[in-house]
Write a protein that binds this ligand. Structure first.
Ligand code: PEP
Ligand code: MG
Length: 754
C-alpha cells in the first residue's frame, strides 16, 4: 500500500501528464504547470525562467510573482538566488532568506515576503536551460520526496522549454540578444586557417524527448533488454582483450560492476513505475545522484558520479538503439561547435570533413586544440553563448587566422572564404616544395626539426615533411581514443606502427601522461580541486606502477633490435626520475631473464615542465640521456596561469623576459653537460617563437605536422647569430611581451613567418 506521500507524487505526475497533453498554447501550459506545482507544494509564489543568451534568465511563467516581468530578462547567471541555482546547476533550498542579501528584492520580482526559497535547474546537456523557483512566506522544510517531485516537474519543463514550439517565445528574448544580431563574432584563434561548413553541435549524450511512459510494462521490457545487452557487450569487449593483471583490471571490473549494479537497476525500475519512460528514468536516477553528490569534495564519490554519468550515457544509447554510430552530416563539410571537448571526441566525426572547430571554453593548449591544429583544422574559441546559439545544419564560416566566426555568411563572405582557402592551399603547395631542402639557417646552422605525434593520421606527416624524427609521441592519445585500457599487445601494435613508419629516424616515446585535461574514458574523474597540479602524469604512473611497468614492457618489445628513447613527463624531483628509470630497468632485466631480445640501445630522458626541476639541473642532467621542454606546462607553472582557463588565454606571453630567461638557463645547462635538449611544447610550432628559441641556442625543435613547413621556411630565411644577438639584448627588457618587436624584426630581415 503506497504511503500518502507516494500517492501525492503519483497524483502530481497524473496532473502534469494531463496538462502536457492538453491542446493549449505552450505559454498557457507552462503557467498551468507552475501554478499547479505551487499549489501542490503550498507555495505562495513560483516562477519558471528560461536561459537566454547563454547566461541570462528571463521569466516565462509565474504564479503570484510580478506579472510585469514576464518575457523580460530578470537575472544573470550567478545573480541572486535564482542565478545561483542556474550557475551551480543543482537544486538549492534556502530557509530564512528574508535576511539573505542574495534575495533578489531589487528586481521587484516578489510581491510578498519570502522566507523559504527553492530553485530547481532545468537541465539539458548538463547546463541550466532555465530554473523553476518556489517561494513560501513561512519556513518550509522540503522532504526528499518533495524535492524528487519538483525535479520531475523540472524535467518536464526542460522538455517543453527546449521544444520547437518554444522557439517563438524564445525569439521574443533573443531579439534583445546581441549575439543573434551579429553575423561576425570575435573570438580567440587557436588554430589558423579558414573553413566553411554546416554546423554540427557536439553534444555528449542523448536528449530525453519523451518523459512519460504510455505503457509501463513496455518501458520495463525496453529497460531490461537494453540493460542486459549493454552488460553482455561490456563483458564480451573486456573478455576479448587480454588484460593481464593490475590496477586497470580492477578499474574495469569496478566499472562493469557499476554497469550491472542491482540497486541502480531497481531505482530505474521504480522510476518507470512512477510513470517515466526508460530514458527519463535513467536521467532521473543520475540527477538524483548529481544533486546529492555534486557539492562533495570527496574524490571517491565524485568518481562514482562520473562513472554513473558514463554508464547512464551508455545505457541511453542502447535504449535509443544508436550505440556506436558516429554523428555527422553525411559527406558534407562541417564545422563542429562544442562547449568543451576531449581530444578523442573529434574521432566521433569523419575528420576529413571537419572544416572548422568552435569551442566556447577552449584554450590554446587544450588537447583538442592541439589535435585540431595537427589536422590543419581552424579553431576559434571564447565566443560567449555560441554553443547555445548555433543550431545543427546552419552555415558557418571559421576564420581561425584572425579569430572570427561568421554565422550565416553572405554570398560575398562565402566567396572570400573560398579564395582564402585556395590561397592557403597554394601556400601549402609552396611549403611542400621545401621538403627536399635542408632545415638550415642562412648562416649555416642546421636545426633538427621533429614531429609531435598523437593520433594515427599524424603518421602521414612523417612521409610528407621529411622530418628528422619524432620528438614527442603522446602515448596517452591512443589510450584516450580507446574504450578500454589497451593491454600490452595492443600497445606494442601502436608503438610498432610508429617505429615502422619512422624507419631509421629517431622516435621519442613519452610515458603515459594522463590526468588534468587528459581524462581516460574508462577511468573515473577523480574530481580534484586543482587537476593541473594534482594527481596526474608521472605521479599517477608511479603510484599505479603496474600501468607504467606494462607500458615499459610494450616499449621494449616494440623496439627489439632498435634504438629506444623514452621520456617521463612532469618530473618534479630527481627521485621521481630515478624511480621511473628503475622501473624501466627492472623490465629490461625481466625481458632478459625470459631470454627475450631487447632494444639495441635505450636512452632515458625527462620532460622539463615543472619549475622545481629547473633548479635541479646540475643533479639530474648527469642522470639523463636527453631532456625535452614541455613549454605548455612549463609556462603554466612559471606564470601560475592555468593553461586551460579561457579567461587567461592572452594574459602572459612566453615571448617575455621571465620565460625566455628560464629557457636560456635550461639550454645553457644542457649544453654544459652535453645533454641533448629539445623543445616539444607548442612554442616550437609557432614560427615567431621558434625563431626566438633558435636565437637562444636551441637546435632541436619538435612540432605539430601542420606547422612543419612554416617553421622550416622561417628557419631557412633567418640568421641564427644575428637573432642570438638580438634576443640576448631584448631579454634584458622588462616589457610584457616582445612579440611586436620580434614580428617587426622578422619583417625587416625578410624572415618568413606565415
Ligand atoms: C607540454 O606541456 O608542453 C607538452 C608537450 O606536453 P602536453 O602538452 O602533452 O602536456
Ligand atoms: Mg605537458
Amino acid at each position: 500500500m503506497p504511503s500518502p506521500a507516494v500517492n501525492k507524487a503519483m497524483d502530481i505526475l497524473q496532473k502534469l501528464r494531463k496538462i502536457r497533453e492538453e491542446d493549449e498554447a505552450i505559454d498557457v501550459k507552462l503557467s498551468k504547470i507552475v501554478q499547479m506545482t505551487a499549489e501542490e507544494m503550498s507555495a505562495d509564489s513560483a516562477g519558471c525562467y528560461i536561459t537566454v543568451e547563454g547566461n541570462s534568465l528571463a521569466l516565462c511563467a509565474q504564479y503570484h510573482l510580478n506579472p510585469e516581468l514576464i518575457n523580460k530578462v530578470v537575472f544573470r547567471f550567478g545573480e541572486g538566488l535564482t542565478g545561483e541555482v542556474a550557475q551551480n546547476n543543482r537544486t538549492q533550498c534556502f530557509l530564512n532568506v528574508d535576511n539573505n542579501p542574495k534575495l533578489e528584492k531589487k528586481s521587484s520580482i516578489y510581491l510578498s515576503e519570502v522566507k523559504t526559497f527553492i530553485g530547481i535547474p532545468l537541465i539539458r546537456w548538463r547546463r541550466s536551460i532555465g530554473v523553476l523557483t518556489l517561494q513560501h512566506k513561512e519556513n518550509h522544510e522540503y522532504t526528499p520526496l518533495e524535492i524528487e517531485i519538483l525535479e520531475t516537474v523540472a524535467m518536464l519543463l526542460s522538455e517543453i522549454v527546449s521544444s520547437e514550439e518554444m522557439a517563438e517565445i524564445r525569439d521574443k528574448f533573443e531579439k534583445t540578444s546581441h549575439l543573434s544580431d551579429r553575423e561576425k563574432l570575435k573570438g580567440v584563434s587557436l588554430s589558423k586557417g579558414y573553413g566553411l561548413g554546416l554546423a554540427v553541435v557536439h553534444r555528449r549524450r542523448q536528449v530525453v524527448t519523451k518523459i512519460f511512459a504510455e505503457d509501463k510494462d513496455k518501458e520495463l521490457n525496453r529497460l531490461a533488454i537494453a540493460f542486459s545487452q549493454m552488460n553482455a557487450d561490456l563483458e564480451e569487449k573486456l573478455n576479448a582483450t587480454k588484460l593481464g593483471i593490475g590496477e586497470h583490471v580492477d578499474i574495469l571490473d569496478a566499472y562493469k560492476m557499476f554497469a550491472s549494479d542491482k540497486g541502480w537497476y531497481k531505482k530505474l525500475e521504480n522510476n518507470i513505475q512512477s510513470g517515466l519512460t526508460a530514458e527519463a528514468a535513467v536521467e532521473r536516477a543520475y540527477e538524483d545522484m548529481w544533486n546529492r553528490l555534486s557539492g562533495t569534495t570527496d574524490a571517491y564519490l565524485k568518481e562514482r558520479l562520473h562513472d554513473l554519468r558514463d554508464v547512464s550515457d551508455r545505457l541511453s544509447s542502447y535504449l535509443s538503439g544508436d550505440f556506436g554510430t558516429t554523428k555527422s552530416i553525411k559527406d558534407q563539410d562541417i564545422v563542429v561547435v562544442a562547449q568543451t571537448m576531449g581530444p578523442a571526441d573529434l574521432m566521433d566525426y569523419d575528420y576529413t570533413h571537419i572544416k572548422g572547430l568552435i569551442i566556447e571554453d577552449g584554450t590554446p593548449t587544450m588537447h583538442v586544440a592541439i589535435v585540431a591544429k595537427a589536422l590543419s583544422i581552424p579553431v576559434v574559441a571564447k565566443i560567449k553563448g555560441i554553443f547555445a546559439e548555433v543550431k545543427t545544419g546552419e552555415l558557418i564560416g571559421v576564420d581561425g587566422t584572425d579569430g572570427y566566426v561568421y554565422m550565416h555568411p553572405s554570398a560575398m563572405v562565402q566567396q572570400k572564404f573560398k579564395s582564402k582557402i585556395a590561397e592557403k592551399e597554394q601556400l601549402q603547395a609552396k611549403l611542400a616544395e621545401l621538403k627536399p631542402l635542408a632545415a638550415e639557417t642562412k648562416d649555416g646552422e642546421h636545426i633538427n626539426l621533429y614531429l609531435n605525434i598523437g593520433l594515427s593520421f599524424d603518421l602521414d606527416y612523417i612521409e610528407s615533411t621529411n622530418c628528422d624524427g619524432i620528438g614527442l609521441y603522446r602515448t596517452e592519445i591512443p589510450f584516450m581514443a580507446s574504450d578500454i585500457m589497451p593491454n600490452v599487445d595492443r600497445q606494442i601494435a601502436y608503438y610498432q606502427e610508429l617505429m615502422d613508419k619512422a624507419g631509421d629516424k629517431k622516435v621519442i616515446f613519452r610515458s603515459l601522461d594522463v590526468g588534468s585535461d587528459k581524462l581516460l574514458p574508462y577511468w573515473g574523474n577523480v574530481g580534484e580541486e586543482n587537476p593541473a597540479i594534482g594527481w596526474r602524469s608521472i605521479r599517477i604512473t608511479l603510484d599505479r606502477r603496474a600501468i607504467l611497468r606494462k607500458q615499459m614492457r610494450a616499449f621494449l618489445r616494440a623496439a627489439v633490435g632498435k634504438e629506444l628513447n623514452i621520456m617521463f613527463p612532469m618530473i618534479t624531483n630527481v627521485s621521481e626520475f630515478k624511480e621511473a628509470k628503475e622501473t624501466l630497468l627492472m623490465e629490461v632485466e625481466k625481458e632478459k631473464k625470459r631470454s627475450a631480445q631487447v632494444p639495441k640501445k635505450i636512452n632515458v630522458g625527462l620532460m622539463i615542465e615543472v619549475p622545481s626541476i629547473v633548479f635541479q639541473l646540475d643533479e639530474i642532467l648527469p642522470l639523463a640521456d636527453f631532456i625535452s621542454i614541455g613549454t605548455n606546462d612549463l609556462a603554466q607553472f612559471i606564470f601560475a596561469c592555468d593553461r586551460g582557463n579561457p579567461r587567461l588565454t592572452e594574459r602572459y606571453d612566453v615571448l617575455s623576459a621571465p620565460f625566455l630567461s628560464v629557457m636560456k638557463l635550461i639550454i645553457d645547462k644542457a649544453n654544459q653537460y652535453g645533454v641533448y635538449c629539445s623543445v616539444c611544447g607548442e612554442m616550437a610550432s609557432n614560427p615567431i617563437e621558434a625563431m626566438a628559441l633558435i636565437g637562444l641556442g636551441f637546435r632541436n625543435l619538435s612540432m605539430s605536422g601542420s606547422s612543419f613547413g612554416r617553421v622550416k621556411s622561417m628557419v631557412r630565411s633567418m640568421n641564427a647569430q644575428a637573432m642570438s644577438d638580438y634576443i640576448n639584448t631584448l631579454i634584458k627588457s622588462s616589457a610584457k611581451t616582445f612579440r611586436p618587436q620580434l614580428i617587426s624584426y622578422a619583417n625587416d630581415h625578410g624572415i618568413e613567418i606565415y
